[in-house]
Design a protein around this ligand. Sequence first.
Ligand SMILES: Nc1ncnc2c1ncn2[C@@H]1O[C@H](COP(=O)(O)OP(=O)(O)OP(=O)(O)O)[C@@H](O)[C@H]1O
Length: 253
Amino acid sequence: MALLEIKALNKSYQSQHVLTNIDFTVETGEFLSVIGPSGAGKSTLLRCINRLVEADSGEIIFNGENILKLGRKSLRKERANIGMVFQHYNLVPRLTVIENVLHGRFGYKSTLQGMLGVFSEEEKERAFYLLEKLGIVEHAYKRCDQLSGGQQQRVGICRALIQDPKLILCDEPIASLDPHSSKVIMDYLKSITEELGITCIVNLHQVEVAQSYSNRIIGLNKGHLVFNGPNRQLDSHYIGEVYGMDTRELITV
Ligand SMILES: Nc1ncnc2c1ncn2[C@@H]1O[C@H](COP(=O)(O)OP(=O)(O)OP(=O)(O)O)[C@@H](O)[C@H]1O
């Protein structure tokens, strides 16, 4: 059974169709990129999956449950299985790295435990292990606003991983980073998928990054799914379909 199955998903804002009849499935362990021009609906698609944005119709079957039908309590439980990595990191800048990572456990805590910052020794050990794995353990007690963008994004990935998720949604995780930091982040995301068996869906602006890291690519154009295939199949014809222009033009953009 697929880990995630999206069926006839629709989303509009006011009268504007942002996602139209989207269908695709994601298997466990896949590294899937979503590409498309600005405004194509990539972020909206990702946010519908964990219901940060409410879809209008369709089904999102994750882990055997239709996410769109879940009540508040079951949604909270299922969301713990879905980590999210954001373009602008979404960390609490005045808190330390380790505190930000532990925030990833909030989905498993009562409100009071969360407010009091009650974490087990096991959770703290896991947080240090992940920081070590992502090469930033020496910054554990620094405030997050003292770190570079690439380091903050690694904190964001640790926060997602400590949830122990089955799926990680990454919304343009490298859009604010320089080429070197972007490579470091993409390499980490890829190795996480391979080593921990976590499925990754990554929104990307850069076609060549999608081609070199993904098993499969999905292309959106104006809210329509216009490509869904293995990365090697995304040739200049399909790139033109996704970006809605002559690909010779794309090379000069
Ligand atoms: N909260 C909102 N209210 C109204 N319209 C919105 C809202 N969020 C997004 N949109 C519109 O929906 C469309 C798709 O936006 P979305 O952010 O999903 O695209 P995207 O492909 O992620 O774009 P980008 O690559 O520029 O981030 C855009 O036209 C956008 O203006």
